[in-house]
Each structure stands twice: as structure tokens, then as C-alpha cells.
Design a protein. Structure first.
Lengths: 407, 252, 291
């Protein structure tokens, strides 16, 4: 009995060890998720704003000139890292641009500031100097009548000091902040819209055929296994197909050259079709045969039965596959780098190259100075969308199961 | 019957799954080296009682047990369930060999106990297979998958697996209900032989089987023991009207 | 009908077009500088350097490195996923297992480029610190180990989800049988549940391998695109087939662009071969134990 108890003890210790290892390993998933979300949200939350979403990626440069007189001064106190020019009535702050280079940002313009009357250097027309824009370089004439040039790299304090010493700006080189993702967001939306328009009808028709008409023969089997195999191909290979097949086709038909949104949509279509066909077919099969038989027995034709009985009942399936497809389109990067392009654009057209949000992340990270903040900001957007889609898929598939519950 | 030959002593046992009262005031003694059969209509609690004997009911949530079961003077519920189960083996309704080789199946229990020596293991395996009357049929394919055996062989393998633990008692839950008549016959012969070494408790829905192999029979209905006694007595002159109705086939 | 056949024949037509384009660099003469070149097929298959020059397109080491990185990823991912799955299905209380399961599902739906970002931002830093523990100066943590960890994180959800299905499908009679033999719950989990579910778990691993081999964006962001190899130092930079295809992709014509298709053909072949081999092994295991 003593020996037995000893053995039992050894077993217990072994069990505890094994269980301990299991606990540790299985906590990995959740730990990784938490670290990932913390990293992305802590780095990205700051730079994600409505402005980032709606503004352009590239800076837009302007050149202006402006004059003021000695009578006009502003009583503004420096503070909060903001330096105010008492002569020109503006507040400047040190900041960083997309490539992490130091820039000087305009954070305040007084209503009476002479810069409100700035003129374009070339056209002599009124030009707007706005809050949020960045100053690159200023060429001015100081109170002693000397010309001086000061650029952003000297910092806002130096610029303010120089400004307060002069009443005439010969050239104000300033720009919009840039770093917005409007272009990539638009591309993503266009791509989603186009892809769904092409792939959903194809997928629904194919799944209708497979579930309703296809005979159980060899051909059907081959078709099925081909469709399954297609879903195992890595996405980068689809990118190659986009380059070889779709880009030449689209370039031939339209005036485009190189990757474009249409070829991207076609590439996504062949990538998504297997998933769409599978999901739709499953939902079509879930419809009890008795529905179809009842409809046919009532004298409805096959087409009427499909339109009035089968399709309405397969809506949850179609919805699920749409949501799944949406998630894939938003997250896809490798294929689209080939099929649409990898350089970020601000003006988007269906026949031009651009980047989706996911490829945008890849692009800002693969340069010399990876811009983590922007990448994280876009990631927050994508993760939120993906999570919402996940919840929706769950809700819809609950509805999908209603046939099984009843029978 | 002397007192020390009692293996299981069950007193006022009540068991319920949630609201459902499955066993009601069961009192029963199970004797050493005898075959005790539990019979009764399905859902009468006979399998549940069997599963109490090696505490397999522990696995089920919201299962509440009151009363006592003594296994050779030890309270079953205070014993370590694992050491209890090594003493009280069990064979299930459907043969359930693990998806491993025949050898690994039989060696499973000893290995779990921490026996690693290959020689000892193979001795145990061969000995158990011989006792289960299976060794001659499969001696040359111990490395094959246990699932490649026929249903009857699988069930005998399960018996061998139980024997490998050197138990005192073997519980059998309708061990032949999933088998054909010839396999059933073989198992019955085996059970008869095993009685010399082990105490056997068998649940069966087949009354002929009970009469053929058992020494004692307990007749269950709706969670109660209606009648318990020597098999020959119980089947010849049942004292209770319900027992008579059941064994003559009026219901069940 | 026609549409269905079209959908099904996509795979045929993919293989066909890529194959043709992939052969081009070996057949066509490319005008580079003064001379015209085509790539030597054997140098491409067995070469150990990869530079933008017609004589240095050697994908041999890239293949080996790809397999090495995938293997490392599997070494990390397999124990984590199998134990997670066991924990979710058999050990954890219902609430915890639901939370864990949801975490795994979320991980599965996060796009690969975000894992690349995570790899660049966190994992390379971790690997850098790790390598300095070994007194090794890594390239800022950009290394085959980083790539393997990123890949592992990406395939853990895949393997776990498939394993969940097969562990949940393990017949209760096996578990009862084991417990009735005096095995503890933990022994039952490890000896019976996992062995009974092995075929399903293996299918999950096959899916994971496919995903790991084909994953492009995330790997390309943390692997460093080494110019020569093979290197089996986990802290060294590396180059995989997919990262080669994505590396400095600016030109859209010429040899440096076309050679990517040859690499694509290699990738397809390797994925098909591994898939076939692994499925073959899985079937053998399944047959051996009559499943």
C-alpha cells in the first residue's frame, strides 16, 4: 500500500506538471492578442482622427508673400511648447511629418493676423494660410533691411524670433500636413464594391448549379475538388495571375497602364469565388427539399421555384459569404501589391494604380523610415472593421441554422 | 455466506441527476468470486448503479449521491477514484478499444500506473490476452490496430485490458448487446471462466444470459430493487409479482 | 453550368499562365547593359546567391531557407496549438474556454499585414534582445527567428481551430474506457484524447504548413531578404520564396520582375509536394489505426 501511495504521488506530480505546461501554452494565444492590440492601439490611437481619414497623403506645397506694419502687435504669451509671433499673430509648434522629420506646424492664427491677407507669390491672388499647415522655409527682410532665410529645421522658437524681427515676408514656403489615408480608403471602397458586384452573381449562380442541378457524377466531383484546391493557393500566387492575365486585359480595354483597381477586383474575384461558392452552397443545401417539392407540386416552374423559394431562403448564406469576402478584401495585401500597386496615391481612379488600406500599411513600413504610428492607426481601423464583421457573421449564421433547429 | 466474502456492501443508496431521482434506497451485497447480474427494463437504473461501483458517475455534472457503498470495508467515496478503478475494472456496452495497437491497448492501464519495463509489460499483456482467450487468435498481430479486430474480439480485448490491471472486480455493462450470437457465446464462456479469479457484476437486458451465467440476480424497476437472490431461485419461484411478470415476458 | 466550370477551371488556368511566364526568364534573352542574357535553369535551382544580375538568381538557398523558417514556425506553433486546443475543449471551465476560443478566432481574422507590423514593432525587438543574450549582433532583430515567430502566430489559430473540431469529435467511450482503467484525467487527455484526434490535428497542421509556406507580406517585413545562403542561424537574416517575390517591387517589367514568376512556380510546386507528402503520411497513420 505504501508503494502504491508513492506511485500515486508521482502520478499526481506528473499530472500537475503536464497541466501546468498546458496552462502556460494555451495562454499564449490570448497573451499575443493582448500584446498585439496594446501595441497597435497605443501607437495608433493618437494619429487616428477624422482628419487622417479624410485628408490626403502627400503634402501640398504653397508659396506666399505678405507684409505687415509696426503698429500691429499681438499680445500673446508663449506656453505649452507653442511659440507666438507678436508681430505676425501666429503660434508655431515643433512637430514631425510622415517620414519622422522635424517640421514646424502652425497651431494658431489670430483673426487679425496679416497672414490672413497673404498673396500667392506667382499669381498675386489671395491665398489661405491655415491652422494645421506646416512651414517649410521663410525668406524675409528684417528691420535692418537685411534679407534672411530660415528653414523649419531650426525649430519654431528660432522662426518666431526671426519673424518678430521683420515686417516683410518675401516668400513663405508652407504645405499641408499630409499623411491622410483618404486615397487608400477610397481604393478599398472601390475595390470592395467592384469585387462584390462581379463575384457575388458568379458565386451564387455556380452554387445554385452545384446544389440544385449538378448530377452526382464524375464531372461534378472534379469541379468540386478543383474549387477546393483553389482555396488552398496562397494569395501571392493570385497576385501573379492578376499581373499575367487581368492587368493586360484591363490595359487592353481601357486607357490604363500597369496595375489598377479593376484588375485588382478581378484578382480578388477569383480568389474569393471558392469561399463564396462553398458558403452559398451550404446555405442552399440547408433549405429542406420539401420546400422545393412543395413549390413544384403547386405548379411553379423550376425558375419560379428558384426565384421565389430558394433564393429568398438562401439570403443568410449569401450575406455570410459577402461578409467573409469583405473581410478578405480589406485584409488582403500580397495579391493586391501585384494587382493594384504599392505606391500610395491621392487621386483615385478605377483604371489607375493605388493602394488599399492594407497595402498602405505595407508601403509606409517598407520604406527607409517605417511610419509605425500611421500603420498602427490604419490597423486600428482594419481591426475594428474585421471584428464587427466577425460579430455580424456570427449573428447571420445563427439565422442560417434556423432550418436545423426546426427539423 | 460468511461476512468477509462480501465485496460490495451498498446501503440506502440514492442517486439523482438534477431533478431526476434515478436510484431509490438501494441495499445490496455483492459476493466474492460470484457473478451477479442486474436485470430490468431499460431506464431502471441498473447501469447507473453499476457505474456507482467504480465512481464513473463522478464525470457527470449535477449527479447527487447519498448513502454508502463499501468496497471491502472501505467507503468507496473516500477512496481515490483512480486506485478504486484499478481494483474495479469495467467493460462497456460497445467495445471501445483505443485507436492504438493491440499491445498498447492492453498495456495502457499498467503504463498509466507507471510501469515502464518492457519485459514486465509484455508479460502482463500476453498473460491478460491469454486469460481473455484472445491470445491464440491474435498472437502474431499484437502491433496491429485494435480497430482491425472483429466486434467480439474487440470486446474480449477490452476484457483483457481490464484484466491487465489485476482487478478484484470486473463490472460489465451489457457487454454482449452489440455482438452477434457466436461472439456472445464466446464472451459468456469467458465470463464463466473468469469467475474463478474475479468477482463479476454484469448488467444485461437478456434474461437467458442472466440465467445462463449468473449466480445472483437483482431485478430493478424504476430505480428500486424489486427482488434480489440466487439466480435459480429468482427465476424459478419469483417472490414478487412484478418479477414474475417481467421474467415471463409480460413487459420489458 | 458554364460559369461553374469556369470557376472550377480557375486553378488550371492559373497554373498554366504562371508556368508559361515562369519559364520565360530561362528562354528569353534580356537586354541588360551591353549584352543580352537569360537565366541558367540549374543555377536558378541550386544557386546560393540572389542579386539583381542574371547570373546570380539562385533560388536553391531560398528554398532551403523557406523550409527552415516554416519548420521553426511549426516547432513553435504545434505544441502551442495542440495544448491550447486540449485546454479549450477538455480542461478549461466553460467561461474561460469561450474567452480563449474567441481570442483564437480574432487572431485568425486579423490580416497578415498587421501581423507583419506587429512583427516589426514587437517581435524583432524581442529577438534582438534575445540574440544579445547569446552575444550575437543581429540586424535589429530582423531574422529567420522573427519570421518564424510571426508565421507561428499566424498558423496557431488555424491549427487550433481544426484541432478543436477533431478533439471535440473524440468519442466519449474512449475517454470513459481510459478513466475506467484507473487513468487520471490528465493521462486520459494526453494518451487517449490526443491520440484519437491525431488525424484531425494532423490535417490542421497540413493547413498550417500551407499557410506558412504561402504567407508573403508579414514574412517579407521581418526576414531581411538575405543575398546569399542558406543560413541556419535563427538570428541571421533570411530570404523566403514569398519575400523574394515582394522584395523591392518597383519595376513592372524586365528580368528582375519576370524572375518573380519563376519563384512563384517554385512556390506552387513546393506547396503541392508538401501537401501531397503530408496527406500521404496522414492517410498512412489513419489506416494503420483503422480510422
Amino acid at each position: 500500500m505504501d508503494n502504491n501511495e508513492k506511485k500515486l504521488k508521482i502520478r499526481k506530480i506528473k499530472d500537475i506538471l503536464l497541466n501546468g505546461i498546458t496552462y502556460i501554452f494555451s495562454s499564449f494565444g490570448i497573451v499575443i492578442l493582448i500584446v498585439l492590440l496594446t501595441f497597435i492601439f497605443s501607437n495608433g490611437a493618437k494619429s487616428l482622427s477624422w482628419k487622417t481619414i479624410t485628408s490626403n497623403y502627400y503634402e501640398e506645397a504653397y508659396f506666399a508673400k505678405c507684409e505687415t506694419n509696426e503698429e500691429l502687435t499681438f499680445s500673446l504669451e508663449d506656453g505649452n511648447d507653442i511659440y507666438y509671433s507678436k508681430v505676425w499673430g501666429i503660434g508655431l509648434k515643433d512637430s514631425k511629418d510622415l517620414e519622422n522629420n522635424p517640421v514646424v506646424k502652425i497651431v494658431y492664427i489670430d483673426n487679425l493676423s496679416p497672414l490672413k491677407n497673404a498673396l500667392d507669390q506667382n499669381t498675386n491672388e489671395r491665398i489661405l494660410v491655415l491652422k494645421g499647415q506646416i512651414i517649410k522655409r521663410i525668406q524675409m527682410v528684417n528691420t535692418n533691411g537685411e534679407r534672411s532665410i530660415i528653414s523649419a529645421k531650426y525649430g519654431s522658437q528660432a522662426i518666431v524670433d526671426a519673424l518678430d524681427n521683420s515686417y516683410q515676408i518675401n516668400e513663405l514656403y508652407y504645405a499641408t500636413m499630409g499623411g491622410g489615408i483618404r486615397g487608400s480608403l477610397l481604393t478599398t471602397l472601390y475595390l470592395i464594391f467592384l469585387t462584390l458586384i462581379i463575384s457575388l452573381p458568379l458565386g451564387i449562380i455556380a452554387s445554385l448549379y452545384l446544389s440544385q442541378f449538378a448530377k452526382d457524377n464524375k464531372l461534378t466531383k472534379i469541379i468540386r475538388s478543383f474549387i477546393d484546391m483553389t482555396s488552398g493557393i496562397p494569395s501571392i500566387i493570385f497576385g501573379l495571375v492578376g499581373v499575367i492575365v487581368f492587368i493586360p486585359i484591363v490595359n487592353g480595354v481601357t486607357s490604363s497602364s500597369g496595375g489598377n483597381i479593376i484588375s485588382g477586383a478581378l484578382t480578388m474575384t477569383i480568389m474569393l469565388l471558392p469561399t463564396i461558392i462553398r458558403t452559398c452552397e451550404e446555405s442552399l443545401r440547408a433549405i429542406p427539399k420539401s420546400y422545393t417539392h412543395a413549390s413544384l407540386a403547386l405548379g411553379a416552374s423550376q425558375t419560379q421555384t428558384i426565384m421565389k423559394v430558394i433564393l429568398p431562403n438562401s439570403i443568410p448564406g449569401i450575406l455570410t459569404s459577402t461578409l467573409l469576402a469583405l473581410g478578405r478584401i480589406i485584409g488582403e495585401s500580397a495579391a493586391l501589391i501585384f494587382a493594384i500597386g504599392s505606391s500610395i496615391k491621392d487621386s483615385i481612379s478605377l483604371t489607375g494604380s493605388s493602394t488599399t488600406l492594407a497595402v498602405h500599411i505595407w508601403s509606409v513600413l517598407s520604406g527607409e523610415n517605417p511610419n509605425y504610428e500611421q500603420a498602427c492607426a490604419i490597423s486600428i481601423l482594419i481591426i475594428i472593421i474585421v471584428l464587427v464583421l466577425n460579430v455580424l457573421v456570427k449573428l447571420v449564421s445563427k439565422k442560417l441554422n434556423r432550418f436545423e433547429v426546426k427539423s | 455466506m460468511s461476512e468477509n466474502s462480501i465485496v460490495f456492501h451498498i446501503e440506502n443508496l440514492n442517486l439523482s441527476y438534477g431533478e431526476k431521482h434515478v436510484l431509490k434506497d438501494v441495499n445490496l451485497d455483492i459476493y466474492k468470486n460470484k457473478i451477479t447480474a442486474f436485470i430490468g427494463p431499460s431506464g431502471c437504473g441498473k447501469s447507473t448503479l453499476l457505474r456507482c461501483l467504480n465512481r464513473m458517475n463522478d464525470l457527470i455534472d449535477n449527479c447527487k449521491i447519498t448513502g454508502t457503498i463499501n468496497y471491502i470495508d472501505n467507503d468507496v467515496f473516500s477512496l481515490n477514484p483512480m486506485s478504486l478503478r484499478t481494483n474495479v475494472g469495467m467493460v462497456f456496452q460497445n467495445p471501445n478499444p483505443f485507436p492504438m495497437s493491440i499491445f498498447d491497448n492492453v498495456a495502457y492501464g499498467p503504463r498509466c500506473q507507471g510501469i515502464k519495463n518492457k519485459k514486465i509489460l509484455s508479460e502482463i499483456v500476453i498473460d491478460s490476452l491469454k486469460k481473455a482467450a484472445l491470445y491464440d487468435e491474435i498472437s502474431d498481430r499484437l502491433k496491429d490496430s485494435a480497430l482491425s479486430l472483429s466486434g467480439g474480439q474487440q470486446q474480449r480485448l477490452c476484457i483483457a485490458r481490464a484484466i491487465a490491471m489485476h482487478p478484484n472486480v470486473i463490472l460489465m455493462d451489457e457487454p454482449t448487446s452489440a455482438l452477434d450470437p457466436i461472439a456472445t457465446l464466446k464472451i459468456e464462456e469467458l465470463i464463466d471462466k473468469l469467475k474463478e479469479e474475479y468477482t463479476i457484476v454484469i448488467v444485461t437486458h437478456n434474461m437467458q444470459q442472466a440465467t445462463r451465467i449468473s449466480d445472483y440476480t437483482a431485478f430493478f424497476m424504476l430505480g428500486e430493487i424489486v427482488e434480489y437472490g440466487e439466480t435459480s431461485e429468482l427465476f424459478k419461484n419469483p417472490k414478487n409479482k412484478k418479477t414474475e411478470d417481467y421474467i415471463t415476458g409480460r413487459f420489458g | 453550368m458554364a460559369i461553374t466550370i469556369f470557376c472550377a477551371s480557375i486553378i488550371v488556368f492559373i497554373t498554366f499562365f504562371i508556368l508559361i511566364k515562369g519559364i520565360t526568364p530561362f528562354v528569353k534573352k534580356y537586354q541588360i547593359g551591353e549584352g543580352s542574357y537569360s537565366v541558367n535553369f540549374f543555377k536558378f535551382l541550386f544557386g546560393t546567391t540572389w542579386f539583381v544580375s542574371p547570373n546570380n538568381y539562385g533560388a536553391g538557398f531560398v528554398i532551403i531557407n523557406t523550409i527552415f523558417v516554416t519548420l521553426m514556425a511549426l516547432v513553435i506553433a504545434i505544441p502551442v496549438s495542440i495544448l491550447s486546443s486540449l485546454f479549450i475543449c477538455k480542461i478549461a471551465p466553460k467561461k474561460i474556454s469561450k474567452v480563449l476560443n474567441y481570442a483564437i478566432e480574432i487572431l485568425a481574422s486579423i490580416p497578415s499585414v498587421i501581423f507583419g507590423l506587429f512583427g516589426m514593432g514587437i517581435i524583432t525587438k524581442f529577438v534582438k534582445n534575445l540574440s544579445s543574450l547569446f552575444n550575437y549582433q543581429s540586424a535589429g532583430g530582423i531574422s529567420s527567428l522573427s519570421a518564424a515567430i510571426v508565421l507561428a502566430i499566424m498558423i496557431i489559430p488555424t491549427i487550433t481551430m481544426v484541432s478543436n473540431t477533431s478533439i471535440n469529435a473524440v468519442d466519449k467511450k474512449f475517454i470513459e474506457g481510459s478513466l475506467a482503467l484507473g487513468a487520471s484525467k490528465t493521462q486520459t487527455n494526453f494518451k487517449v484524447v490526443l491520440t484519437s484526434a491525431r488525424s484531425g490535428i494532423f490535417s490542421g497542421i497540413i493547413l498550417g504548413v500551407g499557410r506558412a509556406l504561402g504567407e508573403a507580406t508579414a514574412v517579407s517585413m521581418v526576414c531581411g531578404n538575405a543575398g546569399s545562403g542558406p543560413s541556419f542561424n535563427p538570428f541571421d537574416i533570411t530570404r523566403t520564396l514569398t519575400s523574394t517575390m515582394l522584395n523591392s517591387i518597383h519595376e513592372t517589367s524586365g528580368l528582375d520582375y519576370d524572375i518573380r514568376f519563376s519563384v512563384g512556380v517554385l512556390l506552387i510546386i513546393i506547396i503541392l509536394v508538401t501537401n501531397f507528402l503530408l496527406n500521404f503520411i496522414n492517410n498512412r497513420i489513419g489506416k494503420r489505426y483503422g480510422q
